[in-house]
Design a protein around this ligand. Structure first.
Ligand code: MTE
Ligand code: HPA
Ligand code: MOS
Length: 754
């Protein structure tokens, strides 16, 4: 089944925040944000802004009736700066005017006198100054210190990965509309409607029931709207509170790029020890996370870095320590993979370095150490599948030996073009790492004509979750998908939602929907049983008909629904699902945090133009562990999109802040994301389907984030191509590997005679 939104998307009929018809009297917001990254506010002068054309209100922190606080995990982030600014782009003054242009023009007239303070942009420097967001955490398995002496080979190194701009097509935004009895309805482009509701409620000092948040869909979130949609919702609600008017704020691209946080850059140290059979005996890693100026979701992201620090490998002795370092960049936040990719990049770098020094291919070490059923991750959970299943299948499916031979032959025959090939196995844990967040609810109504409407906490952001939820309802009731509609996500219909994140949205909300539908279905079967005077066990509902002992009866779906209504049987259900089995003990850093793991292996091939440093990805060939896939179209889309986004992070997307903490790559002209021309020429996907029991919805494993990590292989494929051109070059483990960097690496220590 195709994504149910595909039809309205291609016709331009899908409703995003900016498409919501404006209510009479709507005003528009803009902010004056800090031009510098760190400083003490001496004076805020709004007098000129107030006189500016069309202006209806200018607000500072003194106008906040509740708390001037938007920090979720830690209360360390002001909505509007009061005494200090902590990053360039931090909102200081909110301006509201009759048009967006007038609001922006007025914001330019705000004058804020800021006395500059020292700026830190580097996480290691922040750590040196003890600027930590939370105390460091360490995950341990076995005892690394005692096994180094048993290792035949020990290697140490450093690996750095840079941030990544979310670049959702739809920028951040919100639209607040006053309701009766001092309530406010907020339309928000958020992955977390409840987070926006909570934030508005906190800032305004309203009880939560006076704030209703509604989300139709997002033009992408990628983690950037898990927490960072809150501020814009709260700013609009603040203005609506004061002006009693609808207020809308839809950020321009450059405002969004400047003011919002991104994927966390990490700088990391590693030490890896292997025995003579190339089994990894010990691994130590220290991660310095660049959290930016406030906690945001950084502590949770940091945790996932530790969870995924050994990727798909079993390593008996691990010590991994992670520091969340406070710098003066915009607070960095969730981004597809949520810290996992950053951890995986480091272990892959360690393996690549070991391979370089031993003069072997990294894949030899990778393959030898793949985790097997029953082996333990550093956090105590045991693997329930073999990482080698996908690996071996990839080798066979894509005739790896031949691929490698072709690459070697190409490299022998060509001087100015070289190819590189790399394997990238992945293993990603599914569940919010914070156990309590793994809960969801669904509200299902059947109307008297037999049509069904489903509301959940799931936010559709292009990942196809509404399609999957619709499939669940249609399957359980055994009715045509046309009979089911999925409602917008609304905090009055579904309360206390976890954000749509952690790839777990379809699992959590889908399972809640399943429970709700099954409950109603059982009632309907009882109605049929009473009507037909047949034991309920003999009744089933298939293809919109009641079946008795497998034979179709006269009673169809519509009649059955009407009969239930006439008999005053409820056609509605609100169900709750919470993931069983999961737990995590923070005092021991051990437990069973994930409902299950998603595995996979990609083989990535690249061709480098060694004269210019530019490159093209020939192919990405993947075997992906999908469980029993419920939607081939959607899952393929997630894999292709994730892979390209991952390659972008590792290769061409380069975020540059200057030493003063100002974003230099602040527009699409200076920040390059992969377009159709830089996407791999071929993406081959093979889904390794199996019916093994798992906790996924309809056993169809989560697919939102894992494929991004295949993109990490792009870095190593490039590295291999560079070393094929110049055997003396040892490109640093420093992502992204931009064409400029490729060029420098190609000619590192090389005398070229052409
Ligand atoms: N796909 C699209 N098209 N747009 C998005 O914003 N977000 C990703 C992924 N795929 C995203 C996407 C992220 S970060 C997550 S966590 C998951 O989708 C969230 O949705 P899911 O839980 O339904 O997989
Ligand atoms: N993943 C994504 N988002 C989250 C998580 C997580 O594990 N925990 C809290 N927010
Ligand atoms: Mo995704 S980073 O969990 O929104």
């Amino acid at each position: 089944m195709r994504n149910i939104d595909s039809f309205t998307h291609v016709r331009g009929e899908s409703i995003y925040l900016d498409d919501i018809p404006l209510t009479e009297g709507t005003l528009f917001a803009a902010v004056y944000d800090s031009p510098i990254a760190h400083g003490k506010i001496i004076n805020i002068d709004i007098s000129e802004a107030k006189k500016s054309k069309g202006v209806r209100g200018v607000f500072t922190y003194t106008d906040i009736p509740g708390e001037n606080q938007i920090g979720g995990i830690i209360a360390d982030e002001e909505l509007l700066a009061s005494s200090h600014v902590h990053f360039a782009g931090m909102p200081i003054v909110l301006v509201v005017a009759a048009t967006p242009e007038e609001a922006r023009a007025a914001a330019k007239k705000v004058k804020v006198d800021i006395s500059p303070l020292q700026v830190i942009t580097d996480p290691r420097e922040a750590k040196g100054k003890n600027e930590l967001i939370v105390p460091p955490r360490t995950f341990r398995l076995g005892d690394t210190s005692s096994v180094w002496k048993d290792c035949e080979y020990v290697f140490e190194g450093k690996a750095d990965s840079n941030g990544q701009e979310h670049l959702y097509i739809e920028t951040q935004g919100a639209y607040a509309i006053p309701q009766e009895n001092n309530s406010i309805k907020v339309y928000s482009s958020t992955q977390g409607p409840t987070a926006v509701q909570r934030c508005c409620s906190r800032v305004l000092g309203y009880p939560m029931h006076r704030i209703e948040v509604d989300v139709t869909r997002l033009g992408g979130g990628f983690g950037g709207k898990e927490d960072q949609a809150n501020a814009w919702g709260a700013l609009c609600a603040l203005a609506t509170h004061h002006l009693k008017k609808p207020v809308k704020f839809s950020l321009h691209r450059m405002e969004d790029m400047r003011m919002t946080g991104k994927r966390h850059p990490y700088s990391s140290d590693f030490k890896i020890g292997l025995n003579k059979d190339l089994k990894i005996l010990a691994y130590e890693a220290t991660f310095y996370q660049n959290a930016g100026a406030a906690a945001d979701l950084s502590p949770a992201v940091l945790e996932r870095t530790l969870f995924h620090c050994t990727n798909s490998y079993f390593i008996p002795n691990v010590t991994a320590t992670a520091y969340s370092c406070r710098t003066h960049l915009p607070p960095n936040t969730a981004f597809r993979g949520f810290g996992g990719p950053q951890g995986m990049f480091v272990i892959e770098s360690a393996i690549a370095q070991a391979a370089d020094e031993l003069g072997i291919k990294a894949s030899v070490i990778q393959k030898k150490n793949l985790i097997a059923t029953g082996e333990e991750f550093p956090y105590g959970q045991k693997a329930k599948s073999e990482a080698s299943d996908c690996w071996n299948k990839a080798v066979e499916q894509y005739s790896f030996e031949k691929l490698q031979m072709d690459v070697d032959q190409f490299n022998r025959e060509n001087f100015l073009y070289k190819k590189g090939i790399a394997f990238m196995p992945i293993c990603f844990g599914i569940s919010f790492t914070k156990t309590l967040m793994n809960q969801a609810r669904s509200l299902v109504h059947i109307y008297t004509d037999g049509s069904v409407i489903v509301s959940t906490g799931a936010v559709e952001m292009g990942q196809g979750v509404n399609t999957k939820i619709l499939q669940v309802a249609s399957k359980i009731f055994s009715i045509s998908p046309d009979k089911v509609k999925v409602n917008s996500t609304n905090t009055s219909r579904i309360a206390n939602t976890s954000p749509s994140a952690a790839s777990a949205t379809a699992d959590l909300n889908g399972k809640a929907t399943m429970i709700a539908c099954e409950t109603i279905l059982n009632r309907l079967k009882q109605v049929a049983s009473d009507e037909l005077k047949i034991a309920i066990d003999a009744i089933s509902i298939q293809d919109e008909h009641v079946y008795v002992k497998g034979a179709r009866s006269e009673l169809d779906w519509k009649k059955l629904v009407m009969l239930a209504y006439v008999n005053r049987i409820s056609l509605s259900e609100h169900a709750h699902y919470s993931t069983p089995e999961i737990n995590f003990d923070l005092t021991k850093e051990k437990g069973h945090p994930f409902a299950y793991h998603v595995f996979g292996t990609a083989i990535i091939t690249v061709t480098v133009d060694c004269l210019r440093g530019i490159y093209e990805f020939d192919s990405v060939k993947v075997v992906h562990d999908s469980g029993s896939m419920m939607n081939d179209f959607v899952d393929r889309g997630q894999c292709e999109g994730g892979i390209i986004q991952g390659i972008g992070w590792m290769t061409m997307e380069e975020i540059i802040y200057d030493t003063e903490g100002k974003l230099k790559s602040n527009a699409l002209s200076t920040y390059k994301v992969p377009d159709v021309y830089s996407a791999p020429k071929i993406i081959d996907l093979h889904f390794l389907q199996n019916d093994k029991d798992n906790l996924a919805v309809m056993r169809s494993k989560a697919v939102g984030e894992p494929p991004l990590m295949y993109g990490i292989g792009a870095f190593f494929a490039l590295r291999n191509a560079i070393m094929a051109f110049n055997s003396k070059s040892r490109p640093k483990f420093s992502a992204p590997m931009t064409p400029e960097k490729v060029l420098m690496n190609l000619y590192e220590k090389k005398k070229v005679v052409v």
